[in-house]
Design a protein around this ligand. Structure first.
Ligand code: AMP
Length: 539
C-alpha cells in the first residue's frame, strides 16, 4: 500500500469538499455572533498560511495563541500546523509567572492574542522574549491602542491570497504544543504530531459518532487553549458536524442562550461548567431546545450531575483523558448490550470513566510495578501507551524520568480499577488519596455521595493531618443558595456506602471552591488552606 503521511491540513480540505455546509459559529469577543462555512474556513486558513510565511514563520517554529474558542483560533490550529510550524496553545488562566515561563521555554516567535488578553500581555511583556511579535485577533475597526506594536489579524489576512499548497510533511512532524500545569514545578509541554493528531481525530469521531455526525451542532466549552478542546477542532470537520464556539461567555445563562439559539445537540466540557448550566436549566424549568447529549470530562462527573441530565433526557457521556494523551483516552457511551440495563445499573456504569478509544492501551500496577488484574476490584496506578500518548515532555528529560516505566508506558498519576468489560473507574489522583491508618480512602467516592445530599451545591473531600491516623478526610461543602447542609444527614447517607472509618471526620462550609487554571477543583489550594485544621477529636 502507499505510505501517505497523515496530515492535519487534509482534514480541513476534506471538510470543505465533503461537508461544505458544516460551519463554525462563534460568539466573538467583539460582541456579535459570527458564522462561516468550512469552505470559507479552509480559504482563510490558506490566506493565513501565506501571511505566516510572509512574517517569517519557518518549519518547526512555535507560534503561540492566547485565545478563546472561536473561528480565528481554529484557523491558527490548521494554518500553523499545516505549513509545518507548531501551534502552541497557551492557557490564559495560568499565573503570570507560568505564562512567562511557557512562552520563553517554547521560544515562541509570534503570539496571537484575543482582545481580552491585550492588557495582560502588555503587563507581561517585560518577561517575554524581546523579539516576540504580536498579532491581535480582530479587525482594524476593533484594534485597541496597545504598547505591543501589534499587527492586526484581519489585515495580515487581507494582504494575502487564498491560494496555497500545503507542504507534504513527514507525519511525525510536530504540529502542536500544550503545557499542562503540574501542581509542583514548572508546567510541562506535550508536543503533538500530525500523525497523533489525525489518529486521535479519527478515534474521537468514531467513538463519539452518536454526537459527531453531519449537520450535528457541537458546543466545545472545553477550551482550544487547553487539551486541544478534546480534539473537536479536528473531529468535528472530519465528521461534518458544526462547531458552535462560546468565546469568553461561559456562564450558565450565556451558554443556555447560545445553545438554544443555535440548536446545539451536544455540549462538551468540565463538570464546573455543567453546574452553571444545570442551575440555569432549573431556574428556567427547561432545557435549551435541541439539547440531547453532553460529554463530561476533565474531572469526575458526579453521579448526581449525570442523573440530573439523564432524567431530563440528555445522554451523558463521561470521558477521561489528559493533555499527554491528545487528550481523550476513554468515553462512556454504553455499548448496545448494556444500554438497556435497569436505570440504576445504567447510572452506575455512566459514573465510571468509560472505555478506551481505539489505539489506547491501559494497565494498572501495584506499588512494586507488578501488573494487577483488570477485574474491577484491584485498584492500582494507571499507565497508558498508544499512538496518541506522549513519548516525552518537550525539552524536559528530568520530568520524563518520573513518568515512564522501563517498558515505555506513561504513568498518568491516577489510581484506577478496570473491569472485565473494559470500564475504567478512577478512584483518585494519587496525590489526592487519603491515607488513614495505612488504608486508602477515595475522595472521589465520598464526593459522589455528598454531592447527591440535600442542600449541597458542590463539595470536595481532602486529607487533613491527624496525629494518630496520619490523615483523615475533611468534607468541604458549598451550600445551595440560602440553604444549610446538615453534616449528620450527609454522614448518614455516606454510611450506606462506606465503612465507618472511611467517613469524613468534619465538615466545613465555604462560599466557593478554588479552581485550577483548567477548571478543576484545586485540592492543592484546599489542602494548603486547611493544613492546620484541627479535627474535632484532636482539638
Ligand atoms: P489535564 O491534562 O489537565 O486534562 O488533566 C488530566 C487529569 O484530569 C487526569 O489525569 C485525571 O486526573 C483528571 N481527569 C480527566 N478526566 C477525568 C474524569 N472523567 N474523571 C476523573 N478525573 C479526570
Amino acid at each position: 500500500m502507499m505510505n501517505r503521511p497523515l496530515m492535519i491540513a487534509d482534514i480541513l480540505e476534506y471538510a470543505a469538499l465533503i461537508h461544505p455546509k458544516g460551519e463554525i459559529v462563534s460568539a466573538r469577543v467583539e460582541g456579535d455572533l459570527h458564522r462561516q462555512s468550512y469552505v470559507e474556513t479552509a480559504a482563510r486558513t490558506r490566506r493565513l498560511a501565506n501571511a505566516l510565511t510572509a512574517l517569517g514563520v519557518r518549519d518547526g517554529d512555535r507560534v503561540g495563541t492566547l485565545a478563546w474558542n472561536g473561528y480565528r483560533h481554529v484557523e491558527l490550529y490548521y494554518a500553523v500546523s499545516g505549513m509545518g510550524a507548531v501551534c502552541h496553545t497557551i492557557n490564559p488562566r495560568l499565573s503570570a509567572e507560568q505564562l512567562a515561563y511557557i512562552v520563553n521555554h517554547a521560544e515562541d516567535r509570534l503570539l496571537f492574542l484575543d482582545l481580552t488578553f491585550v492588557p495582560m500581555v502588555e503587563a507581561l511583556r517585560g518577561q517575554l522574549p524581546a523579539d516576540l511579535r504580536y498579532v491581535i485577533m480582530t479587525d482594524r475597526a476593533h484594534m485597541p491602542e496597545n504598547t505591543l506594536d501589534a499587527l492586526c489579524y484581519e489585515e495580515i489576512l487581507d494582504q494575502r491570497t487564498d491560494s496555497y499548497s500545503w507542504p507534504e510533511l513527514e507525519e511525525d512532524t510536530a504540529s502542536g504544543l500544550c503545557y499542562t500545569s503540574g501542581t509542583t514545578g514548572n508546567p510541562k509541554g506535550t508536543l503533538y504530531t500530525h500523525r497523533s493528531t489525525v489518529l486521535h481525530a479519527m478515534a474521537v469521531a468514531l467513538s463519539l459518532a452518536a454526537a459527531l455526525k453531519p449537520g450535528s451542532k457541537i458546543l466545545p466549552v472545553v477550551p482550544l487553549f487547553h487539551v486541544n478542546a478534546w480534539g473537536l477542532p479536528y473531529a468535528a470537520p472530519l465528521s461534518g458536524a458544526t462547531l458552535v464556539m462560546p468565546g469568553p461567555h461561559l456562564d450558565g445563562a450565556s451558554l443556555f442562550d447560545l445553545m438554544e439559539g443555535e440548536r446545539v445537540f451536544s455540549a462538551w466540557g468540565v463538570p464546573t461548567v455543567w453546574m452553571g448550566l444545570l442551575a440555569e436549566v432549573k431556574a428556567r424549568g427547561r432545557l435549551p431546545e435541541g439539547f440531547g447529549d453532553v460529554v463530561i470530562g476533565g474531572s469526575a462527573a458526579p453521579r448526581a450531575m449525570i442523573e440530573a441530565f439523564e432524567e431530563r433526557g440528555v445522554n451523558v457521556c463521561h470521558a477521561w483523558g489528559m493533555t499527554e494523551m491528545s487528550p481523550v483516552g476513554t468515553q462512556g457511551n454504553l455499548p448496545a448490550h448494556l444500554a438497556a440495563a435497569p436505570p440504576d445499573e445504567k447510572m452506575r456504569l455512566k459514573a465510571k470513566q468509560g472505555r478506551k478509544l481505539f489505539g489506547v492501551d491501559l494497565k494498572i500496577v501495584d506499588d512494586a510495578g507488578e501488573e494487577l488484574p483488570q477485574d474491577g476490584k484491584h485498584a492500582g496506578i494507571l499507565y497508558v501507551r498508544g499512538n496518541t500518548v506522549t513519548s516525552g515532555y518537550f525539552r524536559n528529560p528530568e520530568a520524563d524520568r518520573a513518568v515512564f516505566d522501563e517498558k515505555g508506558w506513561f504513568a498518568t498519576g491516577d489510581i484506577a480499577t478496570i473491569d472485565p468489560d473494559g470500564f475504567l473507574t478512577l478512584t483518585d489522583r494519587s496525590k489526592d488519596l487519603i491515607k488513614s491508618g495505612g488504608e486508602w480512602i477515595s475522595s472521589i467516592d465520598l464526593e459522589n455521595v455528598a454531592m447527591a445530599c440535600p442542600n449541597v451545591a458542590n463539595c470536595a473531600v481532602i486529607a487533613v493531618p491527624h496525629p494518630k491516623w496520619d490523615e483523615r478526610p475533611l468534607l468541604i461543602v458549598v451550600p445551595e443558595t440560602g440553604k444549610t447542609p446538615d453534616f449528620d444527614v450527609i454522614k448518614d447517607r455516606m454510611g450506606a456506602h462506606f465503612a465507618k472509618w472511611q467517613l469524613p471526620d468534619a465538615m466545613e462550609v465555604v462560599e466557593a471552591l478554588p479552581l485550577t487554571a483548567t477548571g478543576k477543583v484545586s485540592k492543592l489550594t484546599l489542602r494548603q488552606r486547611f493544613a492546620d485544621y484541627k479535627l474535632p477529636d484532636t482539638a
